[in-house]
Design a binder for this molecule. Structure first.
Ligand SMILES: [Zn+2]
Length: 293
């Protein structure tokens, strides 16, 4: 493919386009994992080649459990993306993580129940490490960009609980998650983080804190409240993404780009040709680099 990008941005609720983005091409690829959420817009931002995709589709038509996460990441990987920033709206589980601030989480708890969570299967088994689902170095750059481009405040670190949704959580669940020490709650980081790791991308999340989740009895979370705060934060998000794009690429020492090393347990010669082909760019180098493949 002649069009390419190094930095991928998945825009969540409240981020459907990027101001200042010089668009060069609009792509609508088909992948073995389906069609991505939206057209993929490729261009330059801050002097860097960037690919942008709207997670919930044009007009926000896809619920969190309907997002074609695998298709999105497969398509971005095909374009050459090595770093993926997830922008997503979250609720706060901690008093000090205030609405209308940002959080760059450093870990995840998966409470989703019915989502395709791996590129592998069908005779190709892989077990990647997910101990630290976010790239530390890339996340540090996201924090740096947030501090330089916004005055809203950013919490560096914290655990993101990903629920299935689309309903918000119950008060009992919210208290349970607080008891687990989690900081924020959202609906999209899984399986995105799993698939980004399998695709060997450096993955980080810029979480927009829109509300206190329902443990906080002052005002229960509603779409109206979330949208009002998303709108209030939108221009800051655009500034942060532009600042991130203009930073020099980080040096990853966490091994994100080699996540599949020693992870594919199936003997390469036992993996059928059509299975390799379905995996495509995700496992390309293992197909060809392994001496017995
Ligand atoms: Zn990394």
């Amino acid at each position: 493919m002649s069009v390419g990008a190094e930095l991928g941005i998945v825009g969540g609720s409240g981020l459907y386009e990027l101001p200042g983005f010089e668009q060069a091409a609009t792509l609508r690829p088909d992948t073995p994992y389906g069609v991505p959420s939206s057209d993929i817009v490729v261009g330059t931002l801050g002097g860097r080649s960037v690919a942008f995709i709207a997670r919930h589709g044009a007009g926000h038509r896809l619920a969190p459990h309907e997002v074609p996460y695998a298709a999105n990441i497969y398509a971005l990987k095909s374009l050459g993306v090595t770093r993926l920033l997830s922008v997503s709206a979250v609720g706060s589980l901690q008093e000090q993580v205030a609405p209308r601030t940002f959080c760059v989480p450093d870990n995840l708890i998966d409470r989703t129940v019915a989502r395709e969570r791996s590129f592998f299967g069908n005779g190709a088994v892989a077990h990647v490490s997910l101990a630290d689902p976010f790239c530390p170095a890339f996340s540090a750059q996201v924090v740096e960009a947030a501090l330089s481009a916004s005055e809203l405040g950013v919490t560096a670190g914290g655990t993101y609980v990903c629920i299935e949704g689309p309903q918000f959580s119950t008060r009992a669940e919210s208290e349970l998650f607080r008891g687990w020490g989690a900081s924020v709650i959202g609906m999209t980081a899984f399986p995105e983080a799993r698939l980004a790791r399998e695709a060997e991308l450096c993955y980080a999340c810029l979480a927009m804190v829109t509300d206190y989740d329902v443990w906080h009895t002052e005002e229960d979370v509603s779409v109206e409240l979330v949208v009002a705060n998303l709108l209030a934060m939108a221009s800051d998000v655009a500034g942060i993404v532009a600042a991130l794009a203009s930073l020099d690429s980080h040096t990853c020492d966490a091994g994100c780009g080699h996540a599949l090393d020693d992870a594919i347990i199936t003997a390469p010669e036992a993996i059928a040709k059509d299975v390799w082909e379905r995996l495509g760019p995700v496992a390309e180098r293992y197909r060809h680099e392994r001496p017995t493949a």
